[in-house]
Design a protein around this ligand. Structure first.
Ligand code: 6R9
Length: 654
């Protein structure tokens, strides 16, 4: 953040009418949360959630870092998101505006979504699914996807949504780790005019072995395309739900009952099953949706994330519905039929709050600069009042373009920093309270004790970079890693950090304003188009190609569109290839990684070497590989390097 950077104060009228109105109101909430965190969160939990049994204790620290929130309270998430809104008289209000890939629109009211959810919930119960059982959902953006999540919540089953772009292998690993008894999927998915498999991949995943826990696969019909069907295991969702009652008694669960597991990359090979709670998570999703987006009853909210990611959980499946909002669920991609799709949809549905990722913005900037017709200025975007960004740092140039060309210069941009593990926003502007600085996620959400410390947990002064931590627990935080409590403590509460939550990102605070800027991951996790990818995960996939690959190291390098790009350095079990042969093998390896993990994990660059730069003790020197990947001259100390000549070879090998 330089002094020359522009600042944008909240538009006065928006600030006047905002839920959190003005900086003083923000400061007051922060102070209240600091002096009496339990009073603050307890009050919000009573305001935002309808409890079947009220809680008597807000926070139980006795088994820290396994914190418990509202532990003796009972509730049901689906009751809070659906029945409660119908009871309030919102039954006819549109909950979901579903727009299919081909542009077809379906509106679903709160009553209809409740009914759909109940039928799926009853169907699951009829198959013997009970509280605590796991259900894997492998489906694209759809009404059934949202209803399936709500249905699991309704009966206390724990869902684990797997992004529809993940491969059979990745799906298998997640099914096996959760021990799911049911998989909910669709025949196919449609993206960008193309039909892509879903059910066939489920079959392939189960065929890989280790998924013996799966009793049934429920298949929604999306395309009607022919898919393999294996009775009695496979069941059509529509046929199964048709005969079910449209009402379903919710299972009232303890606040700490797991609501869902969501797998995310860590710095070691195996993805972590991040476990979220019911009460604390719902509170975090609801209160951040309301305050960060200043969401009002007549807003049309659109979060472009997929339900396969945490953003689609908190800001599609749960937060907006808990508030009785109207929201868009979009099946397609931003560039189909052309790169004006987002702008056209904002215009058509009169979207008021729009939440997307920097990588989408950057690619749409490129498209708009190349083709006049898809520039946002060709569309009527005057309905917009607030814009949001999530998933990775938004560079000031993209921020300014988004602000000017999409927001017409009048819409605040909330740059929301958070993680799968945090359940909801952690550091973010509030649109009616925070003066914005492009490139900064500004200040912590009230009640979030974010701070920057050194390796021993001591505070670093503003203006100095350090490690981002959260000093106090918060309701929406990760509870554990499914089946691996030890890894939970090791990953997030390392002993040297004084009991603070370790986010895994570096950050710096501005000397004057105290504003936070995230400087990127401090572990071996890459952020490609806002998707988290562990370098180890990709390396494991590469070396799993045992007929070809001897050794592989993966690093990131900056990329104009995707934020970071994946670069793989590969040593083959045969002589180093050149020219056409190198291209051919690189393609083979990319396809292999897509098959092992998913297309999002494909390395952009693959360089072949006779060896990798290693220390005398045999450790791969990744910092040197990072420099090579960026095309930088090596200025670091290479004296511990066993084989210095390799650097030259890898630098040439492009
Ligand atoms: C919600 C989500 C989390 C990681 C996180 C950080 C990066 C997310 C950001 C951001 C800078 C922002 N990140 N939002 N970096 N500014 N506004 O993205 O969850 O997929 O778990 O990724 O993404 O590096 O640690 P998740």
């Amino acid at each position: 953040m330089t002094e020359a950077t522009a600042q944008y104060a909240p538009p006065p009228e928006l600030a006047r009418n905002a839920h959190v109105s003005g900086r003083a109101a923000y400061d007051k909430l922060v102070a209240q949360a600091e002096t009496d965190p339990e009073g603050y969160w307890g009050g919000l939990a009573r305001e935002f959630i309808s409890w079947q049994t009220p809680f008597t204790q807000v926070l139980d620290r006795s088994q820290a870092p396994f914190f418990k929130w509202f532990a003796d309270g009972r509730l049901n998430v689906s009751y809070n998101c659906l029945d409660r809104n119908v009871e309030r008289g919102l039954g006819e209000k549109t909950a979901l505006i579903f727009e299919a890939d081909d542009g077809q629109v379906t509106r679903v009211s709160y009553s209809e979504l409740l009914e759909r959810t109940c039928r799926i919930a009853n169907a699951l119960r009829s198959l013997g699914v009970k509280k605590g059982d796991r259900v894997v959902i492998y489906i694209s953006m759809s009404v059934d996807g949202v209803a399936a999540m709500q249905a699991c919540a309704r009966i206390g089953a724990i869902h684990s949504v797997v992004f529809g772009g993940f491969s059979a292998q990745a799906l298998r690993d997640r099914i096996a780790d959760t021990g799911a008894s049911i998989v909910i999927t669709a025949d196919q998915q449609v993206r960008g005019g193309k039909q892509l498999p879903l059910k066939a991949i489920v079959d392939e995943a189960i065929g890989l072995g280790g998924c013996e826990s799966v009793r049934n696969v429920l298949v929604a019909r999306r395309t009607g395309g022919a898919v393999p069907f294996q009775a009695p295991r496979d069941l059509w969702l529509a046929e199964l739900t048709e005969g079910q009652p449209s009402k379903c008694e919710p299972e009232w669960v303890e606040a700490e009952h797991p609501l869902f597991l969501l797998y995310t990359s860590g710095s070691t090979g195996k993805p972590k099953g991040v476990q979220h709670s019911t009460g604390g998570y719902l509170l975090q999703a609801a209160v951040t949706t309301k305050w960060t987006f200043d969401l009002k009853d007549d807003d049309v909210f659109w979060c472009t994330a997929d339900i396969g990611w945490v953003t689609g959980h908190s800001y599609i499946a749960y937060g907006p519905l808990a508030l009785g909002a109207t929201e868009i669920v979009f099946e397609g991609v931003p560039t189909y039929p052309d790169a004006g799709r987002f702008w056209k949809m904002i215009q058509d549905h009169k979207v008021t709050v729009f939440y997307t990722a920097p990588t989408a913005i950057r690619s749409l900037i490129k498209a708009a600069e190349a083709t006049e017709a898809v520039h946002p200025k060709q569309y009527d975007l005057s309905s917009l009042r607030i814009l949001g960004s999530v998933g990775e740092p938004i560079n000031p140039a993209a921020w300014e373009w988004y602000h000017r060309h999409v927001g017409g210069g009048r819409c605040p941009i909330v740059d929301t920093f958070w993680q799968t593990e945090t359940g909801g926003h952690m550091i973010t502007p509030l649109p009616g309270a925070t003066t914005l600085v492009p490139g900064s996620c500004t200040l912590p959400f009230p009640g979030i004790a974010a701070a920057i410390v050194d390796e021993t947990g001591n505070d670093v002064p503003h203006g100095h970079g350090g490690i981002l931590v959260v000093k106090q627990p918060w309701p929406g935080m990760i509870r554990t890693i499914w089946g691996d409590a030890e890894r939970f403590v090791k990953s997030y509460y390392p002993p040297e950090l004084k009991g603070y939550y370790l986010a895994g990102d570096g950050a710096i605070r501005d000397a004057q304003t105290g504003y936070f800027t995230i400087t990127g991951r401090i572990d071996d996790v890459l952020n490609v188009s806002g998707h988290r990818m562990g370098t180890m995960e990709i390396e494991s996939a590469l070396v799993a190609k045992t007929d070809l690959v001897a050794e592989a190291a993966v690093v990131g390098r900056p990329d104009d569109t995707t934020g970071e790009a994946i670069c793989a350095f590969v040593v083959l079990k045969r002589p180093r290839p050149h020219g056409e042969e190198a291209k051919q093998i690189a393609k083979e390896l990319r396809d292999w990684v897509a098959k092992e993990i998913g297309p999002i994990a494909k390395p952009k660059d693959i360089r072949f070497g006779d060896n990798l730069p290693k220390t005398r003790s045999g450790k791969i020197m990744r910092r040197l590989l990072r420099s090579i990947a960026r095309g930088e001259a090596i200025t670091q100390d290479t004296s511990t390097l066993e084989n210095p000549a390799i650097l030259e070879q890898l630098a040439q090998a492009n």
